[in-house]
Design a protein around this ligand. Structure first.
Ligand code: IPE
Ligand code: IPE
Ligand code: MG
Length: 258
């Protein structure tokens, strides 16, 4: 075998290795609490502990980008006391953990709609981004007040505005340009999307960006998530073969016409 054949991976499946970007739908806090006859708040509180563990583990495992779905555009439809609890936990998390994240060289990015957020929450999110902007370790992307359809609609509005003002031609609106108009403009697409709690749906999360992501749905509830569960999901991912619409690795250049 020549070197170039070896590099092409002929004969062997080109397998996915460590994902560069892992995105997680942290679901099941309420059910975790209900199983223990505890208030939902306790599930959310324990969910924050799982989040903390997960950020550490992701950094240790060499993941470059970790996106966590922490509050969806649709979560406002929950009872006000629960929404208030979730806002309180976010504020507490930033206040308690930001210094440690910064010391750990974590770069925090927030995606989602900022407008209309409580001033204190918006201020803390901005502070987390500003403080950690120059860090070079794990990029922690927090999807907060995030909805993928809202994000895509906002991008379409901005592009339409640019066309209306003559700064852009309609024909120049390509997938790349639309990607660059999303909140995630400077973030690579997720390689792996994990959802806990047994639900198998996206719930308005990264619809555009996850076009070629691998999905792992886990039956465990989010407060039970830890490093070993993450490692198991990564192992599952490592065994997947990604094709991106092409052919099995090694068959892309020859032997395709029979
Ligand atoms: C995930 O847990 C946390 C958020 C959506 C904020 P849930 O609160 O959705 O828990 P379940 O799905 O009711 O168990
Ligand atoms: C998705 O979970 C949102 C977050 C994890 C923040 P939900 O619990 O809100 O989703 P549905 O309502 O079950 O689809
Ligand atoms: Mg849920």
């Amino acid at each position: 075998m020549t070197m170039s054949e070896m590099m092409e991976g002929r004969g062997a499946k080109l397998l996915a290795r460590t994902p560069r970007h892992v995105a997680i739908i942290m679901d099941g806090n309420g059910r975790w609490a209900a199983k223990r006859m505890l208030p939902r708040f306790e599930g959310h509180r324990r969910g924050v502990e799982a989040l903390r563990r997960t950020v550490r583990a992701a950094g240790d495992l060499g993941i470059a980008y970790l996106t966590l779905y922490s509050f969806s555009s649709e979560n406002w439809s929950r009872p006000k006391p629960e929404v208030d609890d979730l806002m309180g936990l976010l504020k507490r998390f930033v206040r308690n953990d930001l210094a440690e994240l910064h010391a750990g060289n974590v770069r925090v990015r927030i995606i989602g709609e900022r407008e209309g957020l409580d001033a204190e929450v918006a201020g803390l999110l901005a502070e987390a981004e500003d403080l950690t902007r120059a860090n070079t370790g794990l990029t922690l992307v927090v999807a907060f007040n995030y909805g993928s359809r809202q994000e895509i609609a906002a991008a379409a509005r901005r592009l339409a505005q640019a066309v209306a003002e003559g700064r852009l031609q309609a024909a120049e609106i390509t997938p790349e340009r639309l990607s660059a108009s999303l909140d995630t403009a400077d973030i690579p697409d997720p390689d792996l999307v994990i959802r806990t709690s047994g639900e198998q749906r996206l719930s308005n999360f990264l619809l555009w960006q996850a076009a070629y992501a691998e999905f792992v749905f886990l039956p465990i509830l989010w407060p039970d998530f830890d490093r070993s569960v993450l490692e198991a999901a990564l192992a599952e991912y490592a065994g997947r073969e990604r094709r991106f619409g092409g052919l099995e690795a090694g068959r892309t250049r020859q032997g395709t016409h029979g």
